[in-house]
Design a protein around this ligand. Structure first.
Ligand code: FAD
Length: 391
């Protein structure tokens, strides 16, 4: 019997969810293979909670083999390129033929893209790029030693996943310093190379109000050019300088080189960094048998696990229709959600789609409990396994 082959690149949020949803939908004559270079799946939304001790680092990772049941084959290998004309994925150790392809390779973090960032992280005790799991863990120890001063959060000029994460870092740091009794002798400052600190209303105005009340400063239109870890200064492209005692920089983010340099799948997207797809069907604009979701593609949604979760259902439904020769009827509406943790025990959920905001800009204890105490186990036990009571 000739098996139909689906290859899924990436066993992160989007890839793992899609594989498990597809497995449940499709007959056993469809072969599903997931490739990832890592055998470790991390719960990334924990990375701004680990530094403050609100989640335990050891509980935020699972072996990828635990994520998939029978009927999903996992291959640990590095994808090095894709030839969508020949329908072949190049791997570091061989190749993989496919009939249908799902790309979910996420963002590539490059700490060398800002001079001084990597050196500061590796060689000093004051730079913690918390988008890396290791740095988030190291930051927990460093914060215990921190006795006050200027706490700075910077953002790169590239698009970033979870654009709310730097704001959460600033607000949780402010709250932490208060709890430690050292806020009086400290400053908390966040930079962004944009006019505003958060893109979506009405959450932005509510955040400005909170930041004013708590004296959290925002440095607008600040393009980070270089970090001088010896002098503890961040240099901006326009000549501004920002001294720091403790720096939490967000690492610059790009597409994976295997896709951007060794495949035609990103041709035509901004800077050639993103897989070009239809923003509703999530099908590639040139190659009918290719779909993409999550951080790696160019649909104009906020790059979050919440978005990938919704997209996984759309990809699975449309891929099923497509392989049966039926019209693709499912549409992704741009849904994304960002729980904005404003202080320990309080959060506001920014929830929106391509067109409009969905939730009210209200802080509550329930939002914190949902995000910190409930969602991690929903993520591991339901969503990642392809179960979703509210798809
Ligand atoms: C600090 C931080 C906080 C966040 N907070 C939130 C939040 O509160 N809420 C929220 O919804 N989202 C949050 N996110 C974002 C969320 O984690 C991502 O948007 C989500 O994981 C994207 O899923 P993905 O499948 O596209 O990519 P990922 O989950 O990153 O998975 C990509 C996978 O592809 C693999 N891969 C990449 N290149 C190759 C290659 N060449 N060969 C083989 N394998 C490869 C990687 O190893 C990885 O396993 C946060 C992220 C960070 C870093």
């Amino acid at each position: 019997m000739n098996m139909t082959k689906i290859a899924i690149l990436g066993a992160g949020t989007g890839g793992a969810m899609t594989a498990n949803i597809l497995r449940r939908k499709l007959d056993s004559d469809v072969d599903i293979t997931v490739v990832d270079k890592s055998t470790n799946h991390l719960y990334q939304p924990s990375f701004y909670l680990i530094p403050f001790g609100y989640l335990e680092a050891e509980e935020q990772s699972r072996d990828v083999s635990e994520l998939f049941g029978e009927g999903v084959e996992f291959v640990q290998d590095e994808v090095t390129g894709v030839d969508p004309d020949e329908k072949v994925v190049d791997l570091a150790d061989g190749e993989l033929e496919y009939d249908y392809l799902v790309v979910a390779t996420g963002h590539r973090l490059d700490p060398t893209a800002i001079p001084g960032l990597l050196e500061g992280w590796q060689e000093t005790d004051s730079v913690y790029p918390f988008y890396h799991y290791d740095a988030a863990m190291e930051m927990a120890d460093a914060l215990e030693e921190f006795d006050g001063g200027r706490f700075v959060v910077t953002q790169p000029d590239t698009p970033i996943k979870c654009p709310g994460a730097p704001l959460k870092m600033a607000m949780l740091a402010d709250d932490y310093l208060r709890r430690q009794g050292i806020r009086e002798e400290s400053e908390v400052i966040m930079t962004r190379n944009a006019e505003h600190h958060f893109g979506v209303q009405p959450y932005r105005d509510k955040l400005y109000q909170i930041w004013d009340e708590r004296d959290i400063q925002f440095e607008a239109n600040f393009s980070v050019e270089e970090i001088d870890p010896d002098e503890q200064v961040v240099h901006a492209a326009d000549g501004r300088e920002l001294e720091y005692d403790f720096l939490a920089p967000v690492t610059p983010q790009f597409g994976q080189k295997a896709i951007t340099e060794n495949s035609p799948l990103t041709e035509g997207s901004d800077d050639g960094e993103y897989v070009t797809i239809d923003q509703h069907t999530l099908q590639h604009t040139e190659y009918d048998d290719v779909f993409a979701l999550g951080d790696c593609e160019n649909a104009p949604h906020s790059k979050t696990a919440a978005a990938a979760r919704k997209e996984a259902h759309v990809v699975a439904n449309n891929l099923e229709s497509h392989l049966q020769g039926l019209p693709m009827n499912d549409e992704y509406d741009g849904y994304a959600a960002c729980p904005l943790l404003t202080e320990k025990g309080k959060a506001m959920v920014a929830e929106f789609d391509y067109d409009e905001p969905i939730s009210a800009p209200v802080e509550s204890k329930m939002n914190w409990i949902m995000d910190v105490n409930v969602l991690p186990s929903v993520y591991w036990n339901l969503w990642l396994r392809g179960y979703d009571p509210l798809p």
